[in-house]
Design a protein around this ligand. Structure first.
Ligand code: SF4
Length: 330
């Protein structure tokens, strides 16, 4: 029995680019970072050839996901400029950027707003206890710093995605506290479009020696989160980290309504390949769920966009309507 009238679950047809994997933090559960200066940063010409291949592939979102350069590093300005230029290029080629590159200064966030349709940052968990464990060597995982990013996003009217990382040493009451903090900020600024509930899923690179988050807790957690979060915030779960089809369906029945960006590779969890669109449909359709593509910005935020962004978004909304009509007709 479904809990609401709608049987629609959304996803974003996306492609992830990584300006750099280097990161000055050392979260012990990380399966993404490299040491600084080990690999060249992504060049604009490399990005341009990737974007060219994506045209006509129904990919609308470019997720820009990056390791972090320290705010006081002499390389910070160059790092920020590369991210900005990659967003600008994606936009110029008709794609919709969504940047998630760690904490930014207010000025950096303000600049990126002009070349992004939305942005994101995981809150993960607010408890400071994790600063003594998984975040002992991760200065940018200070809970106050991350909360401030959500506040600034609200002040700047940036549609925002955030979320919780589950099973990294927090308690149940930490979940409710983190969800309540998101709710408070959203009630002030009305800018959070999605909250991701991401189960810790051990990978081959991490040093954090802990089991995967117990997926059997996820539907109940989603149901409780649904009661805490305002109804206009969508709950997102990553289907590649909820491998059991029945539990994936149980998560939807509990109130999750979005499956996030589906791209060829999950850069954050490289050991867990994304389930592609057709395979998802085969799981969802028999249970009465319709999988619908969405943009990285929800329609209620369109009026916050300026410059080139409204035209790009309008074109994509029309394109998705046509694609959805064609897929229903076949
Ligand atoms: S999880 Fe993010 S912030 Fe932490 S080390 Fe990895 S890339 Fe850096």
């Amino acid at each position: 029995m479904l809990i609401s009238d709608t049987c629609t679950v959304t996803y974003s047809p996306a492609y992830t680019i990584v300006p750099t994997y280097e990161c000055f933090n050392r979260c012990t559960y990380c399966n993404f970072r490299t040491e600084p200066n080990q690999n060249p940063w992504m060049s604009l010409s490399t990005a341009q050839s990737i974007f060219k291949q994506l045209l006509n592939q129904k990919v609308c979102e470019i997720l820009i996901l990056s390791g972090e350069v320290h705010p006081h590093s002499p390389k910070r300005q160059q790092w920020f400029q590369r991210i900005y230029d990659l967003c600008e290029l994606a936009l110029a080629m008709g794609l919709l950027p969504h940047t998630n590159v760690g904490p930014l200064s207010f000025a950096e966030m303000q600049k990126l707003k002009h070349v992004n349709v939305s942005m994101g940052l995981m809150l993960e968990q607010l408890t400071p206890a994790l600063l003594n464990t998984v975040h002992r060597h991760a200065p940018s995982k200070l809970p106050e710093l991350r909360l401030q990013q959500l506040k600034w996003a609200g002040e700047l009217q940036i549609p925002f995605t955030t979320g919780l990382l589950l099973g990294i040493g927090e308690t149940e009451s930490d979940w409710w506290e983190t969800l309540a903090a998101i709710t408070d900020l959203h009630q002030r600024y009305h800018h959070i479009q999605e909250v991701i509930l991401q189960p810790h899923s051990p990978g081959t690179q991490q040093t954090f020696d802990a089991p995967a988050f117990d997926l059997y807790q996820l539907p109940e957690l989603i149901a409780k989160a649904r009661q805490i979060l305002p109804p206009d915030i969508t709950i997102q779960i990553p289907p590649n980290l909820v491998k059991d089809d029945q539990w994936l369906l149980a998560c939807l029945e509990a109130g999750a309504r979005d499956l996030g960006g589906i791209s060829p590779k999950d850069e954050v969890n490289p050991d867990y390949p994304h389930v592609q669109e057709q395979a998802l449909r085969e799981i969802l359709q028999p249970a009465g769920w319709e999988l619908v593509a969405r943009l990285p910005i929800y329609p209620q935020f369109d009026h916050w966009l300026s410059g080139e962004l409204p035209t790009a978004v309008k074109q994509w909304r029309e394109t998705l309507t046509v694609i959805s009509y064609q897929s229903k007709a076949t």
